[in-house]
Ligand binder design. Structure first.
Ligand code: ATP
Ligand code: MG
Length: 252
């Protein structure tokens, strides 16, 4: 059975349809990539799944239960947890304390929370930074901290929003290793990436959004050859280049 089923999910902002009847499923134990150019609707879909937005149409079914419109804390407690694209560590707290915040969603026992937090630090290659102030971490470390904090809540489904964006080659490899380690520990993952190269080597399946609609869903080897996908990316790239040459700054 699929752990997550997204059925015809629609989210609008005024006239703009950010998610237009999006459907796909995520099998337990798999890694599903969610890709697409800027403004495709990836983060919006995470918001709909994790309860931050209530979709106007469709259903989100997690572990066989309809969670559409449930508040985020309840969805997180059920085991569907996401990270945020713009990392927001509690800067004046240590790395360990940041992760403890996540652990306290599951337990009120300090010793138990500590054990859990230490384990999450280890899984995310952060043990060496344990007592550093979170605000002092390099960007790769901050992204892994965001993952560790989400992980500490004990998710069954972990939704990562661009945790690989802006990383150098070494940091990217570290992030990929962490994702594979989490998958091997039994966690199902949905990974949003703007850059295709990040997700292709590790995904079991890739869902592609463009302009609010799903344009493809397939194994990575077929996605990279899919004409609609190539066009969506090339179009976006040329569009950006043109914009940078003329107006600059604005997105989409
Ligand atoms: N809270 C909001 N209010 C109004 N419009 C929004 C809101 N959030 C997103 N949008 C719009 O919805 C569309 C989809 O945005 P979304 O952030 O989901 O895209 P994305 O695929 O995550 O893009 P990126 O790769 O830049 O992160 C965009 O046109 C965006 O401007
Ligand atoms: Mg986004």
């Amino acid at each position: 059975m699929a752990l997550l089923e997204v059925r015809e999910v629609t989210k609008k902002f005024g006239q703009l349809v950010a998610n237009d009847r999006i459907s796909f499923s995520v099998e337990e134990g798999s890694i599903v990539g969610l890709i697409g150019p800027n403004g495709a609707g990836k983060t919006t879909l995470f918001n709909c799944i994790s309860g931050l937005f209530k979709p106007e149409g469709g259903q989100v079914v997690f572990d066989g239960k309809d969670i559409t419109g449930e508040p985020p804390y309840r969805i997180a407690r059920m085991g569907a947890v996401r990270t945020f694209q713009v990392v927001r560590p509690l800067k004046d707290m240590s790395v360990l304390e940041n992760v403890l915040v996540g652990a306290f969603l599951r337990t009120s026992d300090r010793g138990e929370a500590l054990t859990r937090a230490e384990e999450c630090l280890r899984l995310c290659n952060l043990t060496a930074y344990r007592d550093r102030m979170a605000g002092d971490l390099p960007i790769g470390g901050k992204k892994r901290l965001e993952m560790a904090r989400a992980l500490a809540t004990g998710p069954r489904l972990l939704m990562l929003d661009e945790v690989m964006a802006g990383l150098n080659t070494t940091e990217l490899k570290a992030a990929l290793d962490v994702i594979l380690r989490l998958r091997d520990s039994g966690i199902t993952l949905m990974v949003v990436e703007h850059v295709m190269e990040g997700i292709m080597p590790i995904a079991d399946k890739v869902v592609v959004l463009d302009g609010g609609t799903k344009i493809a869903e397939d194994i990575p080897a077929r996605i990279v050859r899919d004409e609609r996908v190539i066009e969506a990316y090339l179009g976006a790239k040329y569009g950006r280049r043109l914009k940078n040459g003329t107006q600059g700054g604005s997105r989409d």
